[in-house]
Design a protein around this ligand. Structure first.
Ligand SMILES: [Zn+2]
Length: 131
């Protein structure tokens, strides 16, 4: 680009719109790498495929599915040994992952006796009544 040349507004808008998605992908990759450095076992989601694009992390019967294949659709989901999801602490924090077994995914209440909602959702009694 020549000095002084302006980026077309439409292109600038597209670049700026993609920024949150790129930041989300970056946060997921940083979380995954911190978890691996902290002792989680990593295996490719699909045997033989690139684990950096889709992997399952394991530690003490917790599992985390980490997909960083396409900016915008990337996901990080953690399940506890009881089969229900736990919130994803950001940045990575193993103690907070474990504490997630008594945290409501819907309202964030802590110290709850969790109830299963749908396929692996973890809810407090109050949120369960509203769902
Ligand atoms: Zn709740």
């Amino acid at each position: 680009m020549r000095p002084g040349k302006q980026i077309r507004p439409a292109r600038q808008a597209r670049i700026l719109a993609s920024r949150p998605l790129l930041e989300r992908t970056l946060a997921i990759i940083q979380w995954r790498d911190a978890a691996i450095a902290d002792g989680w076992l990593v295996v490719p989601k699909v045997p033989g495929q690139d684990w950096e694009q889709a992997c399952v992390l394991h530690r003490e019967d917790f599992q985390a599915l980490c997909v960083t294949r396409n900016e915008g659709t990337d996901t990080l989901t953690i399940w506890a040994p009881d089969g229900m999801q736990v919130p994803t602490p950001n940045p990575y924090d193993w103690e907070k992952v474990k504490d997630g077994v008594s945290t409501c995914l819907f309202c964030g209440a802590t110290g709850i006796a969790p109830h299963l909602v749908g396929e692996g959702g973890r809810a407090c009694k109050e949120c369960l009544a509203k769902l």
